[in-house]
Design a protein around this ligand. Sequence first.
Ligand SMILES: Nc1ncnc2c1ncn2[C@@H]1O[C@H](COP(=O)(O)OP(=O)(O)OP(=O)(O)O)[C@@H](O)[C@H]1O
Length: 260
Amino acid sequence: MITFKEVSKRYKAGRQWVEAVKPTSLHIEKGQIQGIIGFSGAGKSTLLRMANLLETPTTGEVHIDGQELTGLSAGELREARRSIGMIFQHYNLLSNETCAANVEFVLRAAGLPSRERKRRVEECLEIVGLADKAKQYPAQLSGGQKQRVAIARALANDPKVLLCDEPTSALDPVTTLSILEFLEKINREFQVTIMLVTHEIQVAKRLCNNIAVMENGQITEQLDRNLPGVKPVTPLGQFLFDTVDGSSSSVWYRGEDYRG
Ligand SMILES: Nc1ncnc2c1ncn2[C@@H]1O[C@H](COP(=O)(O)OP(=O)(O)OP(=O)(O)O)[C@@H](O)[C@H]1O
């Protein structure tokens, strides 16, 4: 569903070049929840933002559902982006618009007629349990509620893919759990493929089927919940398995002890 083929990103910072992402390949199957974890500056957000070309790769190709985004014209890319929702750490809602108007905004941009827009806004706010907040403004909501509005907005165009950039990093643990439950529900009920960047190991572990560890602009390790007996090699990969419940290998490696 999402394929990065040897993508890289270089930025000019003053006189120097920063290699935010070195040539990197990653394939995410339809219906997966793919986590990207790593320390600050590892290149996680840059890789994620290349999935919908918010960042244009310096080299390489990005394919979504068989379509090469990197080869599209501006108009074709706009169209393709409708099937790619995105949510951010700080929600990115329009503060002077109501929750309903925030969701309607993307439907208007997609050219949906008024009556259908209203129906879809109601549907999406219903999915995230905020139908009663339609007329409220973001400032009147809690952080978790704001993120749920952002999820409703990301779902409005019925996306195949949802990109999540640190979606719970500004939230307390209980609210985090509720947002993760919504993301799980969206993945399960609407078969939306999710790519999620986080530095919160518990979040990756709770939600993801696959986790890629990034360091220094490269994927150094890929861990798969369904592949038993694979021993994590990077310190971060090992940490992922050693934290949270103390005996967590079985959570990922069903019945197999990766320590051997
Ligand atoms: N627009 C930019 N111009 C210059 N350098 C950039 C730009 N965006 C990112 N970088 C650099 O690229 C590297 C990777 O950044 P990126 O934000 O992708 O990392 P990250 O793993 O998501 O980090 P964090 O968890 O702190 O958000 C960093 O060294 C960063 O400073």
